[in-house]
Design a binder for this molecule. Structure first.
Ligand code: N01
Length: 493
């Protein structure tokens, strides 16, 4: 028999730490955070590839309750974001609650005892409620290329970067041209001998507005926190305007495309290369990228942009779609993450032993992106249709936290043991979400993206303004739940 807590939080990234901080603020100490890695940070610990930084301004990409007046640049590099999260964990005394190196192998709802049983790499644990905060982008996705297993050189993914490996002078192939690749390609291009860049779909790229934050600004934010709050609010509001283009406003979309095409024209003088870098789908259909150094790197003489696909890998040779063979020392995957299948669902069993992954086999959905019928007292952070293509995920996480904390508060009542969302409420929510999705650039924009599941349904993004989501989750809607009274004597804490 393992120990018991009121709340088990899975993951110590923004979601998990945010939950822990909010619980602590309320004087609730009866929780643990289970983190499979050896430190906090989640995706901001894992993704440490050269050039990794946030493409959302830091004044906004941080907790509203833990402002940081010391950001060195308007868009922070990964080490600074990680250090920020570490500081939040230290300053709020969250570290004693975190079990590092603790992998959750399985968790199952015990209907009799009305609690979750978690099987972890550090033993068993029971909890009244589970907040699953594994992050939407935590399981790297390797490409499925014939012959990959025969590759004789070094191979790694952007999210598992091999920092001990020296790329100096090497022949390097990069597969993928998404948000990660456009950040690390300019960093490695000057040091490698040759870089073969395999592009399947050209991304839309707009100019980067990053700049160092001046000392006077730091002083201002330190002495007058409201000034930083005002900047945060302005950044958030301006980013909400981008959504108009994604929801079908062609003038906004046209303006964004012009901005990106002008950027491409200015940065890539070679018309043939420019053509291959020009997207043929609507801007916003995939994540809009920001960079000032990607196009110059792709234009460098030691870079070959290959747009014929990859036929196979044979030993140390990558064979392109047109049959061209290129010898390679190192292969780097910038191929993104497993998103639409929500990998955490493989280890969660609800009522009657039903596996969440099976439940979601015909379509991933949750009520308010957070709860799933048949999985009582389980709260999924950054769950289905809570992702964003235009604004800060930290805002969405904090919105969800209001809902989750309200639910957890209800579970304190002596006469409430379990909260299970009703199927009709979940269905209605998801029908509403999919209705809002109609006509948006994500489903009508003429691209395929990781936002879409294999059936072409967008199960990842919130289709509307972020304030609309916050409004919908500002309180726990208990009227949509089956509320169960305790069946047996509660387990001693
Ligand atoms: O992954 P991606 P990522 N053969 O999925 C290509 C966040 N992020 O790691 O477009 C050949 O965007 C694929 O091609 P295509 C952000 O939310 C945030 O770059 O599918 N190519 C694409 O070019 C982002 O969206 C920051 O045709 C293959 C690329 O690989 C998310 O993470 C920074 C292939 C994958 O791009 C993921 O970004 C970095 C194959 N078999 C990332 N499979 C911030 O700054 C895939 N591709 C906050």
């Amino acid at each position: 028999m393992g120990d018991h807590v009121r709340v088990a939080i899975v993951g110590a990234g923004f979601g998990g730490l945010g939950t822990a901080a909010r619980l602590k603020e309320r004087g609730d100490e009866d929780f643990v955070v289970l983190e499979r890695r050896d430190d906090v940070g989640g995706t901001w610990l894992a993704n440490a590839y050269p050039g990794c930084r946030c493409d959302i301004p830091s004044h906004l990409y941080s907790f509203s309750f833990a402002p940081n007046p010391e950001w060195s640049e308007t868009y922070s590099p990964q080490p600074e974001i990680w250090a920020y999260l570490r500081r939040v964990a230290e300053e709020r005394s969250l570290l004693p609650h975190i079990r590092f190196g603790c992998d959750v192998a399985a968790m199952a709802w015990d209907d009799e005892a009305q609690l979750w049983r978690l099987d972890t790499s550090q033993g068993e644990l029971t909890a009244q409620a589970v907040v699953a905060a594994p992050g939407g982008l935590s399981e790297p996705r390797d490409p499925d290329i014939p012959g990959l297993a025969t590759f004789t050189g070094t191979v790694f993914h952007s999210a598992t970067w091999d920092h001990d490996h020296d790329l100096g002078g090497e022949r390097v192939a990069v597969i993928g041209t998404g948000a990660s690749a456009i950040q690390f390609v300019p960093k490695i291009q000057p040091e490698v001998g040759r870089l073969d860049l395999y592009q399947r779909t050209p991304p839309w790229i707009t100019p980067h507005r990053n700049r160092p934050i001046r000392r006077a600004e730091h002083r201002l934010y330190r002495t007058l926190p409201a000034a930083q709050q005002a900047v945060r609010a302005t950044v958030w509001a301006l980013r909400e305007l981008i959504l108009l283009g994604m929801r079908g406003n062609l003038r906004v979309r046209g303006a964004m495309e012009k901005l990106a095409l002008d950027h491409l024209r200015k940065q890539v003088p070679d018309p043939e290369l420019r053509t291959r870098l020009t997207p043929d789908y609507a801007i916003g259909c995939k994540r809009i990228l920001v960079s000032d150094d990607y196009y110059p790197a792709v234009s460098a003489p030691n870079v070959d942009l290959i747009t014929d696909g990859i036929r196979e890998v044979r030993g140390n040779v990558v064979v392109a779609g047109d049959g061209t063979e290129r010898e390679v020392d190192t292969l780097i995957f910038g191929t993104g993450f497993q998103v639409t299948n929500f990998p955490v669902a493989e280890v969660i069993r609800g009522r009657g032993g039903r596996l969440l992954a099976d439940e979601w086999a015909d379509g991933v959905e949750a009520h308010r992106g957070t709860t799933v019928t048949g999985f009582p007292n389980l709260f999924v952070l950054t769950g289905p249709n809570t992702g964003l293509g235009h604004n800060s995920m930290v805002y969405m996480i904090e919105s969800q936290l209001r809902y989750v904390l309200d639910a957890l508060e209800r579970l304190r009542a002596a006469d409430v043991a379990a909260l299970d969302v009703r199927p009709e409420a979940q269905r209605a929510w998801n029908e509403g979400v999919q209705r809002q999705m109609e006509g948006t650039v994500w489903v009508d924009g003429g691209c395929s993206s990781w936002y879409l599941d294999p059936r072409g349904r967008n199960v990842t993004l919130w289709p509307h303004h972020t304030f609309r989501f916050r409004e919908r989750v500002r309180r726990f809607d208990v009227e949509h739940y089956d509320v169960e009274a305790p069946r047996a004597a509660p387990v001693a804490a």
